[in-house]
Design a protein around this ligand. Structure first.
Ligand SMILES: [Fe+2]
Length: 375
């Protein structure tokens, strides 16, 4: 009788995780980071700088975040790749040179607060011009999707193709752009490839997401990922809402907290206390609500899926029909103030007492012991 042949077990590969582990820098698996500026980094051989990956649970393997430093008085190694990358400068000054085979080199300067995207598969190199201060940035990359789809990192880093539809060398990184309104007419969009200072960039009123808030979306370098900045006044909080994975929320200004809970599991909610430099990613379809408990306006930057121009939202992230600004009563993903658990407001007022600020939600929330918001 023939001996039974062993059937080999199929080994499942997560190309992105394997690549990430091989990069040799720290990898933080977490829900929230309170200060990206304090995060410990390690030497990053491939780039010539320092870095650390931050695997935020709420990204759901759709995008990933890393923090990096450009060496003092030096530069990173040139590189190109087939995944998108958005960069926000946390600290320091520097410059970045972009080029491809079809177009000559273009260099632009940045500072703490600058926001830009590396056009897809262009070569780029970062320079630190801060003197003796480290130049540190946080980046959100679509690498998990791209690397796991092709499962060939040589291709992802060495593809000899110039996407002239993304970068044709004609558009300077000078902060110029064009203003649009989204297809539902509910918010404005600034199309550009460089935002000199996201911390102070002028926003536009957007009433449907909550008290006195302002907003602007940023379409960068013809990406499929998108950015937006939201700011809300002292003594207010935003409406709770839910959507798909991968919205990396980075606090630019102010002090406050975010409540996050899985639909139907309010009692198991998570609270994170933030300040400038914090990052949190709400897990897919978890409700989340941002509260300003400090004494200046709170401003955050979201680096996420959902370009208003190029449709693609992995992991059920689709809110193109406006579900994140439509009440759950109407089948959307937003909880209007009048529908929220009264505990929400009590938590907020408790927190305000600690900071000495006055609640300004009287016109919006019954039971509010504060004052009306002046606009
Ligand atoms: Fe959100």
């Amino acid at each position: 009788m023939a001996t039974k042949k062993e059937i080999p077990q199929m080994v499942r590969l997560d190309t992105y995780s394997r690549w990430q582990a091989n990069e040799g820098i720290p990898v933080y698996d977490t829900f929230f980071v309170q200060d990206l500026k304090e995060l410990e980094l390690g030497p990053w051989g491939r780039t010539g700088g320092h870095g650390a990956f931050v695997n935020l649970e709420g990204a759901g393997d759709t995008n990933n975040c890393y923090v990096a430093e450009v060496p003092l008085g030096g530069s990173t190694q040139p590189q190109r790749h087939l995944y998108e990358e958005m960069v926000y400068i946390l600290q320091g000054n520097g410059a970045t040179t972009i080029w491809n085979e079809a177009n000559e080199k273009h260099t632009f300067e940045w500072q703490a607060g600058s926001l830009f995207a590396i056009p897809l598969n262009t070569f780029y190199q970062h320079f630190n011009t801060s003197g003796d201060t480290p130049a540190r940035y946080v980046a959100v990359i679509s690498a998990p999707v791209v690397m796991n789809l092709f499962h060939n990192s040589d291709f992802v880093f060495n593809a000899p193709y110039d996407f002239i539809d993304r970068y044709d060398g004609s558009r300077a990184f000078d902060g110029d752009g064009e203003l649009f309104v989204n297809s539902r007419g509910t918010f404005n969009i600034w199309e550009t490839n460089f935002v000199p200072n996201a911390d102070s960039f002028e926003l536009y009123k957007r009433a449907n997401r909550g008290a006195g808030g302002s907003y602007l979306a940023f379409e960068l370098a013809h990406n499929t990922m998108v950015a937006h900045i939201s700011e809300f006044p002292v003594g207010t909080y935003k409406k709770a809402h839910k959507h798909g994975p991968g919205a990396n929320v980075i606090i630019l200004g102010g002090q406050g907290f975010t409540l996050l809970w899985e639909d139907g599991k309010w009692d198991d909610r998570v609270k994170v206390d933030w300040k400038p430099g914090s990052i949190v990613v709400p897990p897919s379809q978890w409700f989340h609500q941002h509260f300003n408990s400090g004494d200046i306006p709170a401003r955050y930057l979201a680096l996420r899926w959902g370009s208003n121009r190029y449709h693609y939202r992995p992991g059920g992230a689709d809110d193109s029909r406006g579900s994140t600004e439509t009440s759950v009563r109407d089948g959307g993903g937003q909880i209007e103030y009048e529908d929220e658990d009264p505990v929400v407001h009590r938590i907020f007022e408790e927190e305000l007492k600690r900071s000495g600020a006055i609640c300004r939600m009287k016109a919006m929330v019954s039971g509010c012991t504060g004052v009306e918001l002046e606009e």
